[in-house]
Design a protein around this ligand. Sequence first.
Ligand SMILES: Cc1ncc(COP(=O)(O)O)c(C=O)c1O
Length: 387
Amino acid sequence: MNESSFPAWLADQAADRAERGLARRLAHSDEQRLLDLAGNDYLGLARDPRVVAGAVAAARAYGAGAGASRLVSGTLSIHTELERAMAAFAGFPAALCFSTGYHANLSVVQALADADTLIVSDAHIHASMIDACRLTRATVTVTPHNDVAAVARALGGRSQRRALVLAETIYSVLGDAAPLAELAELVAARDAVLIADEAHAFGVGGPGGRGLLAASGLAGRPDVVATGTLSKSFGSQGGLVLGSAAVREHLVNRARPFIYDTGLAPAAAGAALAALRVLEAAPELPGRVRRNAAFLADAAGVAAPAGAVLSVPMPGPREALAAVAAAAGHGLRIGCFRPPSTPDGVSRLRLTAHAHHGDDDLAMAAKVLRLVISAPDEPAAPGGGEQ
Ligand SMILES: Cc1ncc(COP(=O)(O)O)c(C=O)c1O
């Protein structure tokens, strides 16, 4: 059989990945009872009985699935209730929910960009935004991470009629915040639109977890559109775009990943709505996440992050994997990012802080982190949380 024929090339690629320490494995969190510093359930709501009850009640009332695209027969009153509640929470006039945050990002960029659009995208933007850019016929300029001057140059030299600037309010790999005020000033001056992904900021940053756009007074501005996910702080599954009523209407008509996708599952909508009510009733939760993040950052020897995500650079992918395995051996689940998931090619440990971790959890985590970050070649145990 020819080396390049199927499936021989799959085996070639697998061997090459293994050789370079870059093979990805699925991480089964239900099989190991580890303290979790890898997942994105920042507020611990995925297993909160009130949130689970919200999912169950919605499934009983509306069924297990929405049954069709939102434009056919798949719009349920739980969708519109969720959209109104999320828009009010985040400070936007309107919201539209999607089956994932990935779809939300694909949709908003694809629907707002055409061949006469310049997209200025941060080098550390999430894969869903990168894929979204690839779905458009727009011209895409990638600027160095958080480089406002580069964004200004790109916008200043544009020949396209329209422009979009893409950022994450808190970056999913580096854990730092975008220079939102400066970016918002630039888009206003250049008749552009800022699309800011609040996936890692909702529930963690801003007043009561309303996100960094709300914290910067930018939520609800007509030239600012936010995206978000229901799968992190809200403990559920699904995505959101938040903006003006005109943006919502445009997406309903033009966003292919929305139009040709079955509506968000009722249980996911019900869970997210219940999680939002829990967060609104406990506005101290985001502060707890940030306090725990600062504590863990100190133990890991890195600066305190903007939200829940801590990024710890490692010498290489093997050292990162060894640290993940060693931590698991000591009862701690941590994550790691290796190329190609890191745009700068640096392998990192990715740690996430959670509101529900108490002092004993944090003390144990700090002890393990000190051990595995300084000496990652501890005895290996089955690991997880890699990407
Ligand atoms: C920054 C960012 N945006 C979007 C997404 C996609 O969200 P979802 O998991 O809901 O598809 C993620 C999730 O990993 C993310 O980290």
